[in-house]
Design a protein around this ligand. Sequence first.
Ligand SMILES: *Cc1c(COP(=O)(O)O)cnc(C)c1O
Length: 397
Amino acid sequence: MNDHDPLAGAHLDTLAVRSGIQRTHEGEHAEPVFATSSYVFENAAQAAARFSGEEPGNVYSRYTNPTVRAFEERLAALEGAEAAVATASGMAAILSTGIALLKSGDHVVCSRDVFGTTVNLFAKYLAKFGVEVTFVPVLDLAGWRAAIRPDTAMLFLETPSNPLCEVADMEAMSQLARENNCLLVVDNCFCTPALQRPLSLGADIVVHSATKYLDGQGRCIGGAVLGRKEHMNEVLTFLRTCGPTMSPFNAWVFLKGLETLRLRMQAHSAAALEIAQWLQLQPAVERVFYAGLPDHPGHALAARQQSAYGGVLSFVVKGGREQAWRFIDATTLMSLTANLGDAKTTIVHPATTTHGRLTPQQREQAGIRDGLVRIAVGLENVDDLKADIERGFAGLR
Ligand SMILES: *Cc1c(COP(=O)(O)O)cnc(C)c1O
């Protein structure tokens, strides 16, 4: 064997399958799960050197674990990041980013249209430690500009947004962040690096809920933070001290999930586009929200910064909440659950679940109509999904 690096310049599909592999002396082909909490040393001097950091190597799985490291390296390769840190959940990724990179007195501008728990994390918990947050509609660039203050340290957004698929211009946002000397953090959960790479568009940090598409089969909770080494060292130090690390078993599931990520994202996207186009023709549907549709306001931008439009779409059923609930309750194949990023298609009524904490006025401002239904299209046959949606329409009065 020569020492040519076969992954130098390799494409995403190759990196997804082959990066992050550290084969042991057993010669295993698939990646092993290192289910161990600690590691033994050859002698007392080595133990001392490992503890002092003089010698690199494993000490304890809250610090490092080979399976977790393999997942981190593979995801970093896919996102084009210098480094990745795996976390116990997507929320742990966002919390770790906030605690590691913000301090008391800092101000954050956050998209109003992010995952609901992210809103609570900033508004309730980071606020307790003196981090102030201002929420701005994701597409309101003038609003972002106006909200930035001298003490603003971070801009945080998700694109495309949930459930209306609003698309933020990451290049414009990263320029705004640079002009104001703050970090741009992008939650890339909905697109994954298979469809968009925020770091290449100027974002400083990417966070993930691995629970969704990185797993892809709804099995494990996990997350990750990615970016430059200087930032990831801070995040890693927080994790080692405070402990929201990823379990090796979950890391193994996500590591294997990454191998099929692009194929799955393409299949989710193709099916979602077909269903969105078909929904537009249905008399019971008032409006469809999917960035793959030419009449969606984010279409041109999504076409530029994403390689496909993702698996999540939403639409307004005529007749408000009552009809939306009747529609959902008449479907039998799709799973009624708020999760997404699963091989199984899921359906949910945002106004009374994921966005139920908002006041009616806040929901109206955010465009979450009472008749809105969100579908996260899975990997079932599209005709079977359409048949289920038709059962939903048949249940309307
Ligand atoms: C689910 C989700 C999270 C939180 O991730 P967990 O793994 O559930 O903690 C964060 N951001 C987005 C966009 C999500 O969909």
